[in-house]
Design a protein around this ligand. Sequence first.
Ligand code: PXP
Length: 252
Amino acid sequence: MSQRVRLGVNIDHVATIRNARGVSYPDPARAAVVALEAGADGITAHLREDRRHISDADIENLAAMLRERGRPLNLEMAVTSEMLEIALKHRPHAVCLVPERREERTTEGGLDVLGGHNWITPFVEKLSANGSRVSLFIGADPAQIEAATRTGAAVVELHTGAYCDAARDGQTEEAEKLLVGLRAGATQAASLGLEVHAGHGIDYETVAPIAAIPEVAELNIGHFLVGEAIFVGLADAVTEMRARIDAARAGA
Ligand code: PXP
């Protein structure tokens, strides 16, 4: 099968634990270093409008630290002028545009690129012109994928949350149907010239079928790894995830 799948480790929930106490530890930047040393290719962080986990100072630290190490920062953000200003200032390697609603526990659905085409496209243009590679977080819906190409974005990240939830809940048929949709979405997106990423809700059990989709170039994984780190440590959790990704891509 084709080339190695990159692993972006999302360290948001290290900040969630820190913020539960309002102190300075555990430090997401320290977690980022551990993840990189254990086999992550890059670091992903979501600066939410309500700052419930990652803070502005975290983004500043991560951007500087990763630039120094020559490793990519993937900044996830809502499509707002406040976030645009921050992204333009820090010029992360990648920006993933995501939908955001304050009341949600996590990013529950994909971006409506079809409906929001007119306001998303200028964000893609400004961020790309500033040197960031722009990705749109969308469901594996043919109309959304087609609309993504018209924004000028280089990348789509397919939302794997529904598939992962169904697989974990033992809804085998539903999970298979959603996996078929993800495969078709990846094929469509790649055929339209988009780089394909995938993420949300991925754990040790669900990673293999997703990593085996040949068009998938990058996976972004966070919550499960931070949870697993409680039991085995972050380095071991990332190492194990990396091994499962590589085995799936090798067809093992
Ligand atoms: N990709 C995107 C666009 C996300 O919004 C998130 C969650 O912040 C992830 C990947 C990682 O999801 P999880 O934390 O469930 O692994």
